[in-house]
Design a protein around this ligand. Sequence first.
Ligand code: 5GP
Length: 175
Amino acid sequence: MPDLTPNVMLSAADVQTRITALAGEISRDYPPNEDLHLVAILKGAFLFLGDLIRVMDRNVTIDFMAVSSYAKGTTSSGEVRMVKDLDSGLEGRNVIIVEDIVDTGLTLAYLQEILRARSPKTLRTACLLSKPSRRKIDVKVEYIGFTIEDRFVVGYGLDYAEKYRNLPYIGVLNE
Ligand code: 5GP
């Protein structure tokens, strides 16, 4: 059984500072008069979305999609399934997928493919964390918060068996 208190990998302050910088990068990339439509992937990205939009200085709209790629535990099944679709269409919109972490890349590759088919004006991806050493597919992620080594992380939206999502930092469970 993992320990109850994960070790801190990225503190709450580290996370907030980086998100503010990411919001700046995103702002600079789009003309100021254009609205952005942020699509967060549940459940892991809900805090990232909340903190990101609060430091974005323009009109944004949000929507949610849920996919399931991991069973309970820490290994990927490699299979992606849509559990909840978006409430509104994407045609002609500047869409940014907001995801917690890119690991093998299979989830994001699937999401990008189905969202691109809905004819957004632009489609980009923002991921708080990336584990490049685990990549199985070459997926494009324009905005990455932190590149991390191959450790199973929890906190700040990320779970282990549905727990730890409420931690304000990114942590590693003790083995
Ligand atoms: P991928 O399809 O890129 O392999 O996996 C993406 C999904 O796997 C993420 O959205 C996340 O739900 C889950 N995942 C990947 N690595 C981790 C991790 O280190 N910790 C947690 N809690 N989930 C992870």
